[in-house]
Design a protein around this ligand. Structure first.
Ligand code: GRG
Length: 296
């Protein structure tokens, strides 16, 4: 199957599982419309697809990990909602429509983000998974979620993203630090969740984590390039913001052309980690390669 077809097929199963996971919350909260506005608004679903692909490289049927893959998308959606808030990036558009706070207000957007983060932990720690996975594996995955979303992960990346704004002479190593946490950590969470639950060998887990970190950095560079060169009609979100906010990016350091080369270098480096396993993780390598097409 072609990689684009593969992604489309998995995306469909994630979209419908997300709808099913959210539906029971309808009766509990006035927040439901805000949650569904953000969560069921499209999005490439690349992180859950990566989790499924990693699992499928080790096991035949990826259905048991669909809730975990959804939980990763739920965390990602929370991060986008909070990132868009006026106290953060102050964005007006996301996924081709007004950002959540523009429609429901910052108070509801803040709470929607909080509720989604908690929901992700509720989903992954559900006792129903104990029919398929050992308690030890499940606890390991919960730990991965904690680490990836916290101060050593997403939040840590976002903190340095804010702190370095408007700063002169930010070092390349700091840009890598920010990108690897802001974006790499959720890619790593997706890969490691698929690998841990799929019983991948420890050597593979190490290589997959390196792949994810390097791919994540490249993914963020491509996102930054689009922010610089594309329009809202193409990206579905505000553009030109990094320049306006004087963000620490590879584009600010070296310009768009060099940033394109660096994005490719990170994808090549990421693929090198998976080459020792032959065709086993080809889908992941194809996803990484495909992601570069967005910046053309
Ligand atoms: C607790 C205040 C607080 C923040 C949480 C906000 C935050 C931490 C982190 C934000 C990190 C962030 C928004 C990184 C951007 C990552 C990125 C490349 C997003 C775009 O991903 P795509 O292209 O988006 O996969 P779609 O819309 O397709 O899902």
């Amino acid at each position: 199957m072609e990689i684009k077809e593969y992604i489309e097929e998995k995306k469909k199963s994630i979209d419908s599982a997300l709808e099913n996971l959210l539906f029971p919350l309808k009766e509990y909260s006035a927040l439901y419309p805000a949650l569904s506005y953000s969560l069921l608004s499209g999005g490439k679903r690349i992180r859950p697809v990566i989790a499924l692909a990693t699992y499928e490289a080790n096991k035949e049927d990826s259905r048991p990990i669909i809730p975990f893959a959804c939980a990763i998308e739920i965390v990602h959606t929370y991060s986008l909602i909070h990132d868009d808030l006026p106290i953060m990036d102050d964005s007006n558009m996301r996924r081709g429509r007004p950002t959540l706070h523009r429609v429901y207000g910052s108070d509801m957007a803040l709470l929607a983000g909080d509720a989604l983060l908690s929901l992700a932990f509720e989903i992954v720690s559900s006792t129903s998974h104990e029919k398929v996975f050992t308690a030890e594996k499940l606890l390991a995955v919960v730990r991965e979620f904690g680490k990836a979303t916290g101060i050593r992960g997403l939040v840590g990346g976002q903190v340095m993203d804010m702190v370095t704004m408007n700063e002169e002479n930010v070092e390349e190593s700091m840009v890598i630090y920010i990108d690897s946490r802001k974006t790499g950590e959720l890619m790593k969470l997706a890969i490691r969740t698929g690998a841990i639950l799929g019983d991948a060998e420890n050597s593979e887990l190490v290589a997959l984590s390196e792949f994810a970190e390097n791919f994540g950095i490249s993914y963020q560079i491509v996102d930054d390039i689009l922010d610089e060169v594309a329009t809202v009609e193409v990206t579905g979100k505000d553009t030109g913001k990094d320049r306006k906010n004087r963000k620490a990016t590879f584009i600010a350091l070296y310009g768009v052309d060099r940033a394109r080369e660096i994005a490719k270098d990170f994808v090549n480096k990421s693929k090198d980690y998976l080459k020792p396993f032959g065709e086993k993780y080809k889908v992941l390598m194809d996803i990484a390669e495909l992601s570069l097409q967005r910046m053309k």
